[in-house]
Ligand binder design. Sequence first.
Ligand code: ADP
Length: 208
Amino acid sequence: MQEAFLFIFTRKITSMLNIVLFGPPGSGKGTQAAKLVEKYQLIHLSTGDIFRTNIKGETELGKLAKSYIDKGQLVPDEVTIGMLQSEADKHTNPAGFIFDGFPRTIQQAEALDKYLNGRNTSITMMLSLEVNEDELRKRLLLRGKDSGRADDQDPAVIQNRIDVYNRDTAPAKEFYTKQNKYKGINGVGAIDDIFQSLCNAIEARVNG
Ligand code: ADP
């Protein structure tokens, strides 16, 4: 009887769908995350969005983050990890999380594993949007015109973000490849086609 209860309980807490949506700046993470959140009822945690909310609100965290973001650098790991965890802690029983823009370093990936482990769950898979650099530069400059995001308006800042991605962030793929959780998805094409590829990959993973 007790065993049966434990089994059901464990099933419940390990069945969260936790997705890392990965890819270089401008690869479409935000667009696809919004669609995935709606379809799978997930909690969307975008570190970029949380930083921008803090910058707008002129909080201490916002001021600190702005000094890095304006230069196209990463906000230091300890700040980002602490912030992400306190945002995730606000949600006690979600169907799952979609992590967008996090982890961006190996250290962040390790911290995320540890955090989820403490909640008796884990990352289901990393979905990585693959887009070539010419296309990224084009998309970011275009977004800079509409969104007013300062970090999307300066070609030198854009290049720095792409370089930081290649140097510091891309290695996080290895982290999930080693756990057999990495899946690359072509991020060039129609938004709905890319979304369909992401859903297919999720369903293939969840249904074994
Ligand atoms: P994009 O992926 O289009 O560059 P984001 O909105 O995800 O944009 O992030 C904007 C900026 O916020 C990044 O260039 C970086 O400075 C900072 N940032 C976001 N997520 C992280 C993170 N996980 N670690 C460190 N810095 C981050």
